[in-house]
Design a protein around this ligand. Sequence first.
Ligand SMILES: [Zn+2]
Length: 281
Amino acid sequence: MKKFFKILGWTLLTFIVLLFAAGSLFIYKVKNGFPVSYETEKPGISIPSDKPAVLLFSKTTGFRHGESIDASKPVLKDLAAKNGWFVYETEEGGVFNPEQLAQFEVVIFDNSTGPVLSEEQQITLQKYVENGGTLMGIHGAGDDSHHEFHWYELNLLGTRFSHHPLNPQFQKAQVSLRDTTFSPALAKSFEGNDEWYVFFNQPTNATIVYSIDGDKILPSGNMLWMKDKNFGMGKNHPVAWHKKVGKGKTFYTSMGHSKEVWANPDFVSLIEEAIRWGAKK
Ligand SMILES: [Zn+2]
């Protein structure tokens, strides 16, 4: 019996040590980023000239919202068929070259996280938007702490990501329409169940499309030694907004953590209307 407890004790201890090591490694990687490589090869794509072209980019070098990314693809495909869009989907940065990028009406960072573009590719994206293109970001695309791309943070977000709630991580909230001119197809209000990103400030020079009442969620993202994340964005907590950038525009929504959002017709409608808005010249 004594031997049994000794074995049990050592097994438990080993398990705890391994769990701690794996946890520390994960936190280290989330904080410092994963190893990154940049693709430079131009993909062979033929973009039809009679359809608005959408680039669906879901490269991740930080946290990967794999289930949401996977769930988004068939939905986007259906929307493309319905609206007559051409969608090119990739996880490689090679398409971020001036000739090919210019052929897209809308570029979507679909839960793309971490540093994903080389410096040259970043400049290509910046020029693309300033010359009239549309950049859209979904959820993780705004956890910008690792994009290491200042222009992107300033012009897609106009603010800086702080944290997301952890106690609990997912909460229900009423999502209310603020910009009634964006599209008549959007729901005035719907219930969202998401990981509500908290940003340090209200986005600058942005038009808020949807917001939640931040006073009605538990915003604390405190964990272990992180004790400074117990704040939210107050009553007007934006969850979707758009900005004018040069001759182009950007749209961002912080919703979209889990695959379930892609089964929510009000969220899907927001994405559909944003792409239509983005493709409009
Ligand atoms: Zn998330």
